[in-house]
Design a protein around this ligand. Structure first.
Ligand code: ADP
Ligand code: ZN
Ligand code: ZN
Length: 733
């Protein structure tokens, strides 16, 4: 009898599987989904068994043997394996990388499937005994000792970080033998108490919940299209409660910054126990434990960001994607997948309902609903007593702005603050000013490595590039003409903050952006001040704008709406409309009505006019008609081949060669746009170019890609560039 051939997926850029012979002592019954340790190249690797075959295209005598089988049973269940295969085909990405990416890092390295304890720090006897005189010499260490004395059963790294006690302090104290780390066993899961009672649903909500419930045990996709504050989360919660009552698990995927403590607390209160979380802030051990709890069926509700779409569930019952239009649901580097689209595929495979929720659905999703692929559920009104906010365009042409704030906006702010309302100001631009300008000669500060301006940061006193991260000191005189009259051009959040300090010296405010929330726990802290009403003015970037429920906010000011009006990207209008409506949705979420002022230099622009007069549905209908006329998605399918190199000509050279390498029998019905330089041609010192493929017919496009992509790496011109393929790209940069 001949030996079986093991087909193994290995994390590698090669678009193929690798054949191996079984280990000599074949103790366990082999099955797809088990991890194996294999000799690979000159070293060894952890791969995943995906197939057991009888034949091989290679000389069986030269095949190597698997060194060890790492699992007694498959790590990944059938549905995740099938989804990985489908995704590798659809996104034309190597299966080995897809599979490696869907495992927690600890498992990728080959470790056993056991929950990991958490590392905690505590005082040693010597630490307890340290004399006050010894301790007083280093105030930071003194603070850490006091903190640990208050946490006698140990403090985790997360707790220490939140208290501002970093690794260097722990190292210093460990060196003095005053503290030690131990591993604490994972906490046992609490039993599930009963949930607190829900709001009585309004008729639209009740209809939505009933529709979702009637689809239990089978596949059905729903587009829950509900205006901001219409009670979508309430609909999720009721559908989830029903799912849990049936003994099944619910998986909720939210955008990166949507996974707020507020949301988690709401789930916890309503469902009576903490949901299992999966997000980028977890340690490797925490991530593994959450993943294992989901896989074992112990986690009734899992809430996570993009990569949670891959988490195995023992008894899947319901999938939810919140803010389904959000660009962060698409991975933008490496393996570029859409978590939303994957989950729709998975729901179909698993035979469970999926709910895609948004106040501003993606045009793709609206189109799918119109085509009958998704069932359209709509919540046209705000829940409870709240009513829709009113939007106004504020013409700022010829106005004197105070650090970006128009007089009419300032007057409205005073009026709302005087009536005890909170004010939210949105500006999606951090730093002090988008750039620095020489008033004498017109020189502007530009990044040496990118085609981009440097942002002026007053707080940290430097110029920084938001694309490559490089920094430089603020020049005292113009490098071009020597003049000392250098002026900030435009306004970022830091600059608006300055106006607030001057205009409203007695009004407490918070500024929420990435620069201001780097320290752990800081964002939670600021959001809590916003939600409690302690802060009367809330200023921030999109971190502040999405998903939050601040019941006291009655006025929203959008300081800059013009950026998206004239962009080259065909999705810019859609993004702008979504952003305006989402930010506006923070106003008037409780009893008191909300107002929204949108500052613009283009008050007559049709997009803004339409949005203000008729809202998102009217905008979306018009935008869909335009896309259809132009043959753009969702009426066509795109794939974008990107290339970059330090040599200016190499990217276009590679893309031309790639274009020439297409099989002409397959290019029928396909259009190539490019190669052209990317909109930002130089980034971090590398030149970038792109080639866009547009096809009416999705199957045709994928037939071409399947033949073409695996051959691209063999092109001679490929050696000089980094390249990547993006199927269904969401931006063309
Ligand atoms: P969305 O997710 O659509 O933004 P939420 O579910 O957060 O909306 O609901 C907005 C507010 O309305 C919340 O404070 C919520 O508690 C409240 N709410 C939701 N449904 C109802 C209802 N049926 N009756 C009264 N209040 C409700
Ligand atoms: Zn100058
Ligand atoms: Zn740069």
């Amino acid at each position: 009898m001949t030996e079986s051939i093991l087909r193994v997926a290995v994390p590698s850029p090669l678009h193929r599987l690798f054949d191996y012979l079984p280990p000599r002592a074949e103790a366990v019954a082999l099955a797809p989904g088990m991890r194996v340790q294999i000799p690979f190249g000159r070293g060894r690797a952890v791969g995943m068994l995906v197939d057991i075959a009888r034949t091989t295209d290679f000389d069986p005598a030269r095949l190597k043997r698997v060194q060890a089988v790492l699992d007694a049973a498959p790590v990944l269940p059938d549905d995740i394996l099938a989804m990985a295969r489908w995704a590798a085909d659809y996104y034309h990405h190597p299966l080995g990388e897809v599979l490696a990416g869907c495992l927690p890092v600890v498992l990728r390295r080959g470790q056993a499937l056991q929950p990991q304890g958490e590392t905690v720090w505590r005082l040693t006897d010597a630490g307890h005994a340290a004399s006050p005189a010894e301790r007083a010499r280093a105030p930071q260490q003194e603070r850490a000792l006091t903190f640990l004395a208050e946490h006698s059963d140990g403090a985790s790294r997360a707790q220490l970080d939140a208290a501002g006690l970093g690794a260097h302090i722990l190292r210093a104290l460990t060196a003095r033998d005053w503290i030690e780390s131990t591993v604490r066993a994972p906490a046992p899961r609490a039993a599930i108490p009963t949930a607190t009672s829900a709001h009585p649903l309004n008729p639209a909500q009740a209809e939505a919940v009933a529709a979702i419930q009637s689809a239990r045990d089978r596949y059905q996709a729903f587009l829950l299209d509900g205006v901001t504050g219409s009670g979508k989360t309430e609909v999720y919660l009721q559908a989830i409660a029903e799912c849990i009552a049936q003994g099944k698990q619910a998986l909720v995927v939210v955008p990166e910054i949507g996974l707020t403590p507020q949301l988690v607390e709401r789930f916890q209160q309503r469902l009576g126990h903490a949901p299992t979380l999966l997000h980028s802030g977890l340690s490797e051990g925490e991530r593994l434990n959450a993943w294992l709890a989901a896989r074992a069926g112990e986690a009734a509700v899992v809430i996570g960001t993009r990569s949670a779409a891959w988490v195995p569930l023992a008894r899947p019952g319901l999938f939810i994607v919140d803010e389904e239009h959000d660009p962060s649901l698409k991975q933008q580097e490496g393996f570029r997948y859409s978590a939303r689209d994957l989950l729709v595929w998975r729901a179909h495979r698993d035979g469970v309902p999926i709910v895609l929720g948004s106040a501003t659905p993606a045009l793709e999703s609206l189109h799918n609903a119109q085509q009958g692929r998704y069932q359209h559920l709509s919540l046209p009104e705000r829940a409870g007593v709240a009513c829709a906010p009113r939007l106004y365009l504020l013409d700022i042409r010829n106005q004197t702005l105070d650090e970006g704030l128009a007089p009419a906006l300032l007057a409205q702010m005073r009026a709302h603050l005087g009536r005890d309302g909170q004010v939210l100001l949105f500006l999606n631009r951090r730093g002090f000013a988008p750039t620095l300008l020489c008033h004498a000669c017109g020189w502007v500060a530009e990044c040496r490595r990118c085609d981009a301006h440097l942002t002026l940061h007053q707080q940290h006193k430097h110029l920084r590039c938001h694309h490559c991260g490089s920094q430089q000191p603020i020049p005292v005189q113009c490098p071009q003409c020597g003049c000392a009259d250098l002026r900030p051009l435009g306004a970022g959040t830091e600059r608006v903050e300055r106006a607030l300090e001057r205009q409203f010296p007695d009004v407490p405010f918070v500024r929420i952006d990435r620069d201001n929330t780097r320290r752990k726990g800081r964002l939670e802290d600021l959001l809590a001040q916003a939600a409690s009403g302690d802060a009367r003015i809330l200023l921030g970037t999109q971190m502040l704008a999405k998903g939050h429920h601040f019941p006291g906010v009655t006025l929203v000011g959008i300081l800059e709406a013009d950026q998206g009006l004239f962009s080259a990207d065909f999705r810019a209008g859609e993004r702008l409309a979504q952003q305006v409506i989402q930010v506006a949705g923070r106003a008037g979420r409780a009893e008191r009505p909300g107002e929204v002022l949108v500052q613009t230099h283009h008050p007559e622009h049709p997009l803004l006019q339409q949005l203000v007069a008729a809202g998102y549905p009217a905008f979306a209908a018009a935008a869909l008609a335009e896309r259809q006329a132009a043959g753009l998605p969702p009426f066509s399918n795109l794939a974008l081949l990107r290339a970059e190199a330090t040599d200016a000509r190499a990217p276009e050279h590679f893309l031309s060669a790639a274009r020439d390498a297409t099989d002409t029998r397959l290019t029928n019905g396909l259009e190539f746009w490019g190669p052209v330089p990317s909109p930002m041609e130089r980034r971090a010192g590398r030149f970038r170019a792109q080639l866009l493929l547009v096809a009416r017919d999705r199957k045709r496009l994928h037939r071409l890609l399947a033949d073409w992509v695996p051959r691209l790496g063999e092109l001679k011109a490929a050696r000089k560039v980094r390249w990547s393929l993006d199927v269904d790209p969401i931006d063309l940069f």
